[in-house]
Design a binder for this molecule. Structure first.
Ligand code: FAD
Length: 413
């Protein structure tokens, strides 16, 4: 029997839907029933471990499954809710996308590798792209033909992203790019990268950056996977050596890339803030029941707090704008607290790892993995800065480097 608590985070079915939403939800669910299977606890554990399997053949199959799933969604007319029909989208509304994703979370069909492409790059191209760029990329993105990665962070530029030093120098109809990026999620699967690089050192740092749409197969692009504490090789270093990028791959204006990057970062926080971790409140409740600790008053309190957080995470920051920092921060704190909760419920068993542990150590992995969620997409401290300055209107941080030409700044290490 399915109880309310068994439902995934954010998927509150029935009671809160308007008749229009309920009809749409039923239609979406019928679609998924036709092309996929309902997700079970076992699938969730399996998926989590598939991500930790670094075998190239497992990765290849994972990529193929994702492409196939996205193609099926597009062929059935469900792709691109906020994308005009002329670019292959459905031309729907944001609430429809939310319900569609909630329903998808109940099934095994996986399109997670398209999160950067569809959730972050596509809206950025829609907002800043030329007509030719929109037609070149968007229909193919929706059809599962393009996996994208984000090439923003560098060893010396994370929170201070505008301090980046990767250079792009114009040479006729091309830009020649040299530098190093790091922490690039999924770059080892990606067909394209969204790159920001410095095109002018004589102006203040935010004003000399350009945003490029880069084919990852270009000569000079080298991707080296990095392994995280969880054992998953999810992100990479990307080295760019004399990479020649055609000038028609500049998105927005030359030296106007900071504004373009902001569009992508706001969409990134929205994706993270409205995503959740795949493991929902029901998974914790089930674990507490299986381990026979639901009578423990501290565990009961912790579960109640987790339920409230799950509700808050599902509601926060749905519109791309500075408010998405609220959603990202809520998701981040939720991830931290749930990481701890998983081990709290297990008690002394929380010290075990791997096959000896409950669900083969999935919750131990989540405990270690919480910091990825808390740092990726901008740290908790940076989200608090954005909320303070751009949502609450508090005085900004002192930024003495805002007006000096980039070349006169002390360089990051
Ligand atoms: C799982 C994961 C996935 C990622 N995926 C990608 C990706 O696909 N593409 C990509 O380009 N990058 C990616 N990143 C990189 C991520 O964006 C950066 O790690 C993040 O922005 C922090 O930068 P940093 O690591 O250089 O830390 P730093 O900026 O060096 O920060 C170190 C510490 O100082 C604090 N701090 C820094 N500045 C301030 C300030 N002004 N006020 C208060 N505190 C401050 C930070 O909060 C942090 O605690 C990913 C990171 C993770 C963990």
């Amino acid at each position: 029997m399915t109880t309310t608590a068994d439902r995934p985070v954010g998927a509150r079915f029935g009671t809160e839907d308007t008749p229009e939403e309920a009809a749409f939800r039923a239609e979406a669910r019928a679609f998924f029933e036709g092309v996929s299977e309902r997700r079970t606890d076992r699938d969730e554990t399996g998926n989590y471990f598939a991500m930790a399997d670094n075998d190239p053949e497992t990765h290849r199959r994972h990529v193929e499954r994702n492409r196939d799933a996205q193609r099926r969604i597009a062929d059935a007319g469900w792709a691109g809710f906020c994308v005009p029909e002329e670019y292959g989208g459905r031309g729907g509304e944001r609430w429809q996308e939310r319900i569609f994703r909630q329903e998808q979370a109940r099934f095994t069909i996986d399109t997670g590798l398209f999160a950067v492409c569809l959730g972050m790059v596509l809206p950025t191209i829609l907002a800043h792209g030329t007509e030719e760029q929109k037609r070149r990329h968007i229909p193919s993105m929706l059809q599962g033909g393009e996996i994208w990665c984000q090439l923003f962070s560098e060893p010396g530029a994370g929170s201070d992203l505008a301090g980046l030093t990767t250079r792009a120098v114009r040479d006729g109809d091309e830009f020649v790019v040299n530098g190093q990026k790091v922490w690039n999620s999924g770059a080892h699967h990606a067909d394209y990268g969204a790159l920001i690089a410095r095109t002018d050192v004589d102006v203040p740092k935010h004003r000399g950056i350009t945003y490029f749409l880069v084919d990852m197969r270009l000569p000079g692009v080298e991707v080296r996977p990095l392994r995280q504490a969880t054992g998953v090789a999810h992100f990479n270093e990307v080295f760019l050596t004399d990479v020649r990028i055609p000038a028609d791959c500049v998105l927005g204006e030359v030296n106007g890339g900071w504004g373009v990057a902001q569009t992508m970062l706001m969409n990134e926080r929205n994706v993270i803030g409205s995503g959740g971790m795949g493991v929902g409140f029901g998974d914790y409740l089930r674990m507490a029941r299986e381990l026979g600790v639901t009578d423990d008053p501290t565990i009961r309190q912790a579960l109640a707090a987790a339920f409230i957080r799950a509700q808050a995470a599902a509601r926060a920051g749905r519109q791309p704008g500075p408010e998405t920092s609220v959603g990202k921060l809520v998701a981040s704190l939720h991830s931290a607290a749930n990481g701890d909760l998983g081990l709290q419920i297990q008690g002394a068993g929380g010290m075990l790892a791997g096959p000896d542990a409950f669900r083969r150590g999935m919750f131990q992995q989540m405990f270690v993995g919480q910091w990825g969620m808390r740092i990726g997409g901008g740290t908790e401290q940076i989200q608090r800065n954005v909320i303070g300055e751009r949502v609450l209107g508090l005085p900004g941080e002192p930024r003495p480097d805002k007006t000096l030409p980039f070349k006169d700044l002390p360089q990051n290490g």
